[in-house]
Structure formats: structure tokens, C-alpha cells
Design a protein around this ligand. Structure first.
Ligand code: ZN
Length: 148
């Protein structure tokens, strides 16, 4: 082990701590976001995107629900009922768009198979960026509770 490795080894915890601090925070203010407004906006945007994208994918959907899920962003039942987390409206638009496209692709490919991801990629070639955004900021967004 060289001296440099030794130094890095000794500072590993410190480096991890500094990296974590540098991670950008969303800084959502519970005082200025109303859940009712956010839900309304989520419904409007999601409905618009579902209508557009379902046509492109040639799939039929039954219902759209906007929910207060604690651990997930969206889901899709075999009957074509789509559910989305209202907090998606607080994420960048492209992230919301990715989640909608992801769930609609499940109407053609129910599992996360290779075919499923190929389909997602054909519709949103940069889907990984949005998935990564959700990995990074998702926990903070899911923990968000408006004051009102
Ligand atoms: Zn999925």
C-alpha cells in the first residue's frame, strides 16, 4: 500500500461524508406547496401525457388515479388502471414524463424484461437520466409532506 492509498483509506469516511453534503437538495418548502394544487396539476399533466403516449404505443388504459403512495412513483394493473404519485409533479417534467411512459409500456410488457426496457428506450432514449434522478432525489421527494 502506498502512502497515498493510506491517506485515502484514513479519510474514506470523511470523503463519503463530504460527498453526501455536496449532493444537491431539492429544498422543497412545505409552506408553499399545497397538496390539493399539486394533485390537480399532477392529474392534468399525467392525463395529457397518458393520452399522447398511449396512442403512440397503441395501448388502451382504463383509469388514472393520483395517489399518495409512500414508496412508489407509479403502477399499472393488468386491467389498465394507472396510478401515479402526486409528488411527481414536484420533480422535473421529464422525470414525470418518464414515469408515465414507463407505466404505459407495462401495458405491452408487464415485467421488467429486456423487451420492456427496449420498448422504454425506443420511446425515451434518455430514460436512464430520469431513473437516476429518481434514485438520487426520490427519497427526499417521497418524504415530503406539505404543511397544508
Ligand atoms: Zn416498471
Amino acid at each position: 500500500m502506498s502512502d497515498v492509498d493510506g491517506v485515502i483509506e484514513a479519510h474514506r469516511d470523511w470523503i463519503a461524508h463530504e460527498r453526501a453534503k455536496q449532493r444537491p437538495r431539492l429544498r422543497l418548502d412545505p409552506r408553499v406547496v399545497s397538496e390539493a394544487d399539486a394533485r390537480r396539476a399532477a392529474r392534468e399533466l399525467v392525463t395529457m401525457l397518458v393520452e399522447e403516449e398511449a396512442e403512440e404505443l397503441g395501448v388502451r388504459w382504463a383509469r388514472i388515479e393520483i395517489r399518495d403512495q409512500r414508496t412508489r412513483w407509479g403502477s399499472c394493473s393488468t386491467r389498465g388502471n394507472l396510478s401515479f404519485n402526486w409528488r411527481l409533479v414536484l420533480a422535473p417534467f421529464d422525470v414525470l414524463d418518464y414515469v408515465v411512459v414507463h407505466e404505459l409500456c407495462h401495458l405491452r410488457e408487464p415485467n421488467h424484461s429486456r423487451r420492456f426496457w427496449k420498448l422504454v428506450e425506443s420511446r425515451r432514449p434518455d430514460w436512464r437520466v430520469h431513473r437516476d434522478w429518481l434514485h438520487e432525489h426520490g427519497p427526499e421527494l417521497l418524504a415530503f409532506r406539505p404543511a397544508a
